[in-house]
Ligand binder design. Structure first.
Ligand code: XIL
Length: 348
């Protein structure tokens, strides 16, 4: 009965009729992404700006209404949890997890090994490979161990391949050599043998050198029995440069042949400001295609946006002149991209 109501709800156009708007609390939609995605069995996620969650009641309400998975945007990164040697602070991440659990949402762990947002005590010191191994192993044990059983999927390694398809020259590669990738997965597995362990990268949704290099890296890890279970396709996209859906689909298929799941982990679709109706329609198409592709791939097990409202997004700060990349606008109103996702999920 419950699912029948949901099914009917998804068939109703999202926009609330004026009469209904008077009866219902203002802004209450008749269906939500969360309901529509539940019907299709696809976890739908958003990254969480921890400050907005604390300070902005609208933000928290929409998050709960629309999403079933949360990725902490910053609070589980190395510099956040391990700002000083041997000192861990999980408070901020714990708050996100408590909020998620209270609202029957999952948390997607982000991120154990990445070359950004590392503390100076780590990057400015000289390490022997042995010492650095110990530091990273302890970090992974502590963080994954703290959330063991409560966080079911982790981004273990992010962005280890550069845009030319080579191993990215990072602090970790320089300190530990290319084996750091396999070691990180092994340690994460030891810390929580039930967690889904993910390699996460951007610019590798479709074909090309980078995507091929990631495929080969995954192939190598799987052949060696390294516990990697999925690939996160970040999908930081732009309306001006869109991956070809057939290529994305083919990429998902070849990863499936390795026994890997895929997750859309950080989708946003930026555009050059100012916003115009045409650009918003183009953006909606990009979201629609990606959701369609994920729904059509049996191994695509999650679809997460990097934020959900243009009120809080990393894009304007990191890509000046660009923005409006998400599915709600700054006033928390749904955009064409939101409606496109609902439509695809409802099978239209
Ligand atoms: C970004 C956050 O959104 C910002 O708040 C932070 O200042 C920098 O990092 N790929 C990732 C994310 O894996 O962790 C990044 O998040 C965006 C790019």
């Amino acid at each position: 009965m419950r699912s029948l109501i949901y099914a009917l709800a998804t068939l109703v156009p999202l926009v609330v009729a004026p009469a209904a708007a008077q009866a219902e609390p203002v802004g209450e939609p008749l269906t939500t992404l969360r309901m529509a995605a539940q019907l299709r069995n696809i976890p739908i996620g958003a990254s969480v700006d921890e400050n907005a969650l604390r300070d902005d009641a609208d933000y928290a309400a929409v998050l709960v209404r629309e999403f079933s998975v949360l990725t902490p945007e910053n609070s589980m990164k190395f510099d956040a949890v391990h700002a000083r040697p041997f000192r861990y602070s999980f408070d901020a991440g714990d708050k996100v997890l408590a909020f998620a659990e209270e609202h029957r949402m999952e948390v997607h762990g982000h991120v154990l090994v990445w070359h950004e947002q590392l503390p100076n005590w780590l990057t400015k010191a000289q390490w022997t490979p042995e010492k650095l191994r110990t530091v990273l192993r302890e970090h992974i044990y502590r963080v994954v161990g703290h959330y063991r059983g409560r966080i079911k999927a982790w981004d273990v390694v992010s962005e280890a391949i550069d845009d030319n398809g080579e191993m990215r020259k990072t602090f970790w590669l320089e300190g530990l050599g290319p084996e750091y990738v396999a070691l990180a997965f092994q340690w994460a597995h030891e810390a929580d043998p039930n967690a889904q362990l993910i390699y996460n990268d951007y610019g590798a949704e479709g074909g090309g050198r980078k995507s091929d290099a990631i495929f080969r890296l995954m192939q190598d890890l799987r052949t060696r029995g390294v516990p990697v279970h999925g690939v996160g396709l970040q999908a930081h996209l732009s309306v001006d440069e869109v991956p070809n859906p057939q290529e994305v689909r083919a990429n998902m298929e070849r990863l499936q042949a390795l026994g890997l799941m895929v997750y859309i982990t950080e989708m946003d679709v930026s555009l050059k400001l100012p916003v115009t109706p045409t650009k918003l329609d183009e953006q909606a198409l990009v979201y629609r295609d990606m959701m369609n592709t994920c729904l059509s791939a049996p191994n695509c097990k999650g679809f997460t946006l990097w934020g959900f409202t243009d009120r809080y997004s990393w894009i304007p700060e990191f890509f000046p002149g660009r923005g409006a990349a998400l599915v709600f606008d700054e006033q928390m109103q749904p955009k064409p991209s939101y409606r496109a996702l609902i439509e695809v999920l409802a099978g239209h």
